[in-house]
Design a protein around this ligand. Structure first.
Ligand code: DGY
Length: 313
């Protein structure tokens, strides 16, 4: 009798999945803090916090599929997996709208100084309505710059229409539909940096994008600009970001992601013009359920010998 295959699934997904998410396999649930076990597992559904490098893959000689429960795949050594013939999948589309909403929550929070306002009340320093208190940036007729215009970048850009903002983007490939439907304009990087009142980062983490926004590019942002990052923390050089904040060059920063999560630099936490969130871009019940379901569907498709729904390459 053929033996039942075994798969690994992040135990944090339990509440989002049916009790037996892969009926044809034995599931071992692994907690985020637990090392990736080696053995004859044929599939794995990891969280984005689980690094799967070449060494981890070597300890999983039967592995056929890594169904990452995230759209970002920077936690996986994709090249090493593909050499072995392991299919790598991610969860695009299902999280686009939730992440775009959260990006706008950050844009509005920073532009309208919500952190300082909430602190004023919490510390009982508010003495009543004052015509010049906490004046922020009015978004109407300002420019939103998108660094990267994939699904999430475009969804953020679409929402700018409702705020009467001009939308510029810089991306590897032109986006004619985005331009035609939403009056978005493709520009060179220099123009994007120099003209954006709000710059929102929507790039994947890769060797090409790591620390991309360092001293040089941050200095090219217009003085007082707002910088938002809901993509990946390592795209912004954190020390350079702190320097740009200390010098007063940046008007404010909104972050949902960090280079060494869950570490968040204390200066960012304390800064009145910086809003920091704990990587909750996709954190709605609908979206997180859809992400978990898509990851498991990918895993099951590959184990059945079918094409994955959303392979990364
Ligand atoms: C992702 O999917 O890559 C996000 O960072 C979490 O939803």
């Amino acid at each position: 009798m053929p033996s039942v295959p075994s798969v690994l699934i992040a135990s944090e997904l339990k509440d989002l999945l049916p009790p037996q998410p892969v009926p044809e396999a034995r599931v071992r649930w692994i907690a985020a803090g637990e090392e990736t076990p080696g053995g004859d597992y044929v599939g794995i559904v990891p969280l984005l916090s689980r690094r799967l490098g070449a060494g981890d893959l070597a300890a999983l000689p039967q592995l056929k599929v890594i169904a990452n429960c995230a759209v970002g795949i920077d936690n996986v050594d994709v090249a090493a997996a593909l050499v072995r013939g392991i299919v790598v999948t991610n969860t695009p589309d299902v999280l686009t709208e939730a992440t775009a909403d959260l990006t706008w929550a950050l844009i509005l929070a920073v532009a309208r100084r919500l952190k300082e306002g909430a602190q004023l009340i919490a510390e009982q320093r508010w003495h009543g309505w004052n015509p010049t208190e906490l004046l922020g940036l009015e978004l109407r007729d300002r420019t939103l710059g998108l660094l990267g215009a994939g699904r999430i970048g475009q969804a953020v850009g679409r929402r700018a229409f409702g705020f009467s903002m001009r939308v510029l983007y810089h991306a590897r490939t032109p986006k004619p539909d985005f331009e035609a439907s939403w009056a978005a304009q493709a520009v060179e990087l220099d123009a994007l940096l120099g003209e954006s009142d709000v710059l929102s980062v929507h790039l994947p983490s890769s060797d090409q994008t790591r620390d991309l926004l360092g001293d040089d590019l941050l200095a090219r942002l217009r003085p007082g600009a707002i910088l938002i990052n809901t993509a990946r923390g390592d795209i912004i050089d954190q020390e350079a970001l702190l320097r740009a904040l200390r010098s007063g060059h940046l008007g404010g920063v909104g972050l949902d992601v960090y280079p060494r999560e869950p570490e968040v630099h204390p200066e960012l936490v304390a800064h009145p013009r910086v809003v920091v969130l704990p990587h909750i871009g996709s954190a709605t019940w609908e979206t997180r359920r859809a992400m978990a379901a898509l990851a498991v569907r990918n895993l099951r498709a590959v184990l059945r010998g079918e094409r994955a729904l959303t392979p990364v390459r």
